[in-house]
Design a binder for this molecule. Structure first.
Ligand code: BTN
Length: 272
C-alpha cells in the first residue's frame, strides 16, 4: 500500500515461502511466468526486472519478491509489501501502439484473479488502482523503456495486499484492505499469482483485438459517473468523470460544462 517509507515495518504473519518452482507448477501459460526469478527479499522488483531486461531477459520473465523493503508506487509514492503479500514485476516487449493497453490488461487481470480465487467483487479506480468495497487492495506501476518509436521493454509491476494487516498502519487503515480481511481465506498468494499470470497472458495475447480490452476495462471502472477531483501534475480538475477514451484518458466535465482529458494523475472522490 502507499505509505511513507519511514513507516515501513515487517508483518508477523507466518507464511509459507514461495519459490520459483511452486509458482511455475501447474501454471497454464506459454510465455508469462515460464521464467520466474524469486528473491526472498528485494528493495523493489522493478529494479531487479529492469536489470534482467537490460541483460536480455525473455518475454514474460517474472521477478517476484517474498518481501519488498523499498517498493514504489505511482507518483513517487512508496508501496508497502512486507512478507505475505504479492510483489512482482513482469518483463514484456509489446508493440508501441499497445502501450496504453498495458494498464488496462494489468488492472483487469488483477480484478479477475481476485474474483476467481478470493470470490470477492473488485473494481478499478482510474487509472489502475484495484479496490474491494472502495478500499485499495492492489496497485500497478508500469515503466517503459522506449527507444525511438520502439519499445525496448516494459516492466509491469503488480502489488496485491494478500495478508497485509492494514489496521497496523494508521496511514492506510481507513483506505486500504487485504484479501485475507475481505474474504476470510488464508494465504491465497500462490493461487492468486498463478491466476493473475494466466489471465494476464490471455489478455496480452489478445491485445491486437484492442477494443474488447478497452471495453472490459472501462466497464470495471468505479470512477465513471462520480464527482471527482483529478490531480495531474500541478493541474487540478474537478467535475464529473464522464468517460474514458481508448487511450485510457479520463474525460471530466467541469461545472462550466467544458470537457477536460486527463492523461495521467490521481483521482479522489469529491463530496458535494
Ligand atoms: C500504485 O498503486 O501506486 C502502484 C503500486 C505498485 C507496487 C508494485 S509491487 C511490485 C512492483 N515493485 C515495486 O516497487 N512496485 C510495484
Amino acid at each position: 500500500m502507499v505509505i511513507s517509507l519511514k513507516r515501513h515495518r515487517g508483518s508477523n504473519i507466518p507464511v509459507k515461502e514461495l519459490t520459483a518452482e511452486t509458482i511455475k507448477r501447474g501454471l497454464k501459460t506459454r510465455c508469462i511466468g515460464r521464467e520466474v526469478i524469486y528473491y526472498t527479499s528485494l528493495p523493489s522488483t522493478m529494479d531487479a526486472a529492469r536489470d534482467e531486461a537490460l541483460k536480455g531477459a525473455k518475454e514474460g520473465t517474472v521477478i517476484i519478491a517474498g518481501e519488498q523493503t523499498g517498493g514504489r508506487g505511482r507518483l513517487q509514492r512508496a508501496w508497502l509489501a512486507p512478507k505475505g503479500n504479492v510483489a512482482l514485476s513482469i518483463i514484456l516487449h509489446p508493440d508501441i501502439k499497445s502501450l496504453p493497453c498495458l494498464i488496462m490488461i494489468a488492472s483487469l487481470s488483477v480484478v479477475r484473479s481476485i474474483e476467481s480465487i478470493a470470490s470477492v467483487k473488485a473494481g478499478i479506480k482510474w487509472p489502475n488502482d484495484v479496490l474491494i468495497g472502495g478500499k485499495k487492495t492492489g496497485g500497478i506501476l508500469i515503466e517503459n523503456e522506449v527507444v525511438g518509436n520502439k519499445v525496448a521493454f516494459s516492466i509491469v509491476g503488480i502489488g496485491i495486499n494478500i495478508n497485509l494487516k492494514v489496521d497496523d498502519y494508521n496511514e492506510i487503515a481507513e483506505t486500504a484492505t487485504s484479501l485475507k480481511k475481505e474474504s476470510g481465506k488464508d494465504d491465497l498468494r500462490i493461487n492468486i499469482i498463478r491466476s493473475l499470470l494466466e489471465e494476464l497472458e490471455r489478455l496480452y495475447l489478445s491485445l491486437p483485438e484492442g477494443k474488447p480490452i478497452y471495453e472490459a476495462w472501462r466497464d470495471r471502472l468505479v470512477t465513471l459517473g462520480k464527482n471527482v477531483k483529478a490531480q495531474s501534475g500541478s493541474q487540478v480538475i474537478e467535475g464529473i468523470a464522464e468517460a474514458v477514451d481508448e487511450s485510457g484518458a479520463l474525460v471530466i466535465r467541469g461545472e462550466d460544462g467544458r470537457l477536460t482529458r486527463v492523461v495521467a494523475g490521481d483521482v479522489t472522490l469529491r463530496k458535494k
